[in-house]
Design a protein around this ligand. Sequence first.
Ligand code: FMN
Length: 160
Amino acid sequence: MQVQVIYATDNGNTQNAATQIASKLGATATDIASASKSDLEGFDLLILGTPTYGFGDLQSDWEQQISLLKEVDLKGKKVALFGLGDQASYNDTFVDGMGLLYDAVTELGATVVGATSTEGYDFSQSHAVRDGKFVGLALDEDNQSDETEQRIDAWVAQLA
Ligand SMILES: Cc1cc2nc3c(=O)[nH]c(=O)nc-3n(C[C@H](O)[C@H](O)[C@H](O)COP(=O)(O)O)c2cc1C
């Protein structure tokens, strides 16, 4: 399975997660800030990650580059999502950015895989929750960094 991981980051948390996910899947991790169309094409599984900034916004490099997704044919393509957030300080916009990526790729016809349970998190609202589950992997380095490795392992096993 050819896998590509694309992420955005301000402070490195999402980059660290992307690197861990990529290494477990034998893939590379590419920053969306320097990605081009060819970085998004020709993969069996595209994994997209973002932190959430502002109040429920995508990280700024994703905001600038989101149109790249439209240049790629995502119809029927498998996409998995991960999001970094802070459930204590941003209780009602927790990992909303992942939900925005979900909206973008499903609108383009992608099939999103890798939904996860909300059990073990403590937040009131998230745009990344659909039908009672996170649309991908939610990570919280601000409050639950000790859970990250295990969450990544379980998710990668689920994807594989
Ligand atoms: C100004 C600011 C706004 C944030 N807004 C949100 C938010 O709305 N929802 C959320 O879940 N996390 C929010 N966060 C938390 C970040 O998403 C979190 O710290 C993340 O791990 C940062 O990832 P990065 O190191 O890859 O940039 C915010 C952080 C900052 C500093």
